[in-house]
Design a protein around this ligand. Structure first.
Ligand SMILES: N[C@@H](CCC(=O)N[C@@H](CS)C(=O)NCC(=O)O)C(=O)O
Length: 199
């Protein structure tokens, strides 16, 4: 398979991490995520949203949205739960990631690290932090009593939320406030086949 990828994107990292853990060989095509003038020309026929990650499958068709790609790749493996309720719980966390977590935790990092802005220049940084901390509070409450997000094993839900949570410190979030999250991050990083974002 071929991955339209960005080395610095957490959404793309989710896909690289699962491909690595499934030992699926893939080719990477790096796409520029900062200067994005040609986005629709380059990606519009592959993803209506013209964003990466996009996976080109062996039949030549394309699949986009990081969490949809995780689900597709993980289906039929231990990374996607088999019981009806646990499958829905994995989706619950992945929708939470996209609606309540990534728009704040990833976006704070994007402005500070990728765009290299000073905190004072980012007009809505306080809002990003307030909402991002609310998402981290929710994860901390859950992980205080659980080893992983769904059931008692590592799934695509953990991959989805690991991607930007482990980078949250670079977005100005104080992860040391969250001992259960910190312990979970370490458990995730110990899973077989784990690769760091910059591999
Ligand atoms: N909801 C999408 C978000 C994809 C996304 O925001 N991709 C960014 C990189 S992290 C991108 O393509 N940025 C360039 C652009 O928007 O043109 C997913 O989870 O895959």
């Amino acid at each position: 398979v071929l991955l339209y990828d960005s080395a610095i994107s957490g959404n793309c990292y989710k896909v690289r991490l699962l491909l690595s853990q499934l030992r699926i060989e893939f080719e990477r095509r790096e796409v520029e995520v900062v200067n994005r003038g040609d986005r629709v020309e380059l990606l519009g026929d592959k993803n209506p949203a013209a964003r990466i990650p996009i996976l080109r499958l062996d039949d030549g068709t394309h699949l986009a949205e990081s969490n949809a790609i995780l689900w597709y790749l993980g289906e039929g493996t231990p990374f996607v739960p088999s019981s009806r309720l646990d499958r829905a719980r994995a989706l619950q966390w992945m929708f939470f990631e996209q609606y309540s977590h990534e728009p704040y935790v990833a976006v704070a990092r994007y402005w500070l690290v990728v765009q290299g802005r000073d905190p004072g220049e980012i007009s809505d940084l306080a809002h990003l932090h307030e909402r991002g901390y609310a998402a981290l509070d929710g994860m901390e409450r859950h992980l205080t009593n659980e080893s992983f997000l769904v059931g008692d094993s590592y799934t695509v839900a953990d991959i989805s939320l690991y991607a930007y949570t482990h980078l949250a410190g670079t977005g100005g979030f104080e992860l040391e406030r969250y001992p259960a999250i910190v312990a979970w991050l370490a458990r995730v990083a110990q899973q077989p086949g784990h690769v760091p974002i910059d591999s």
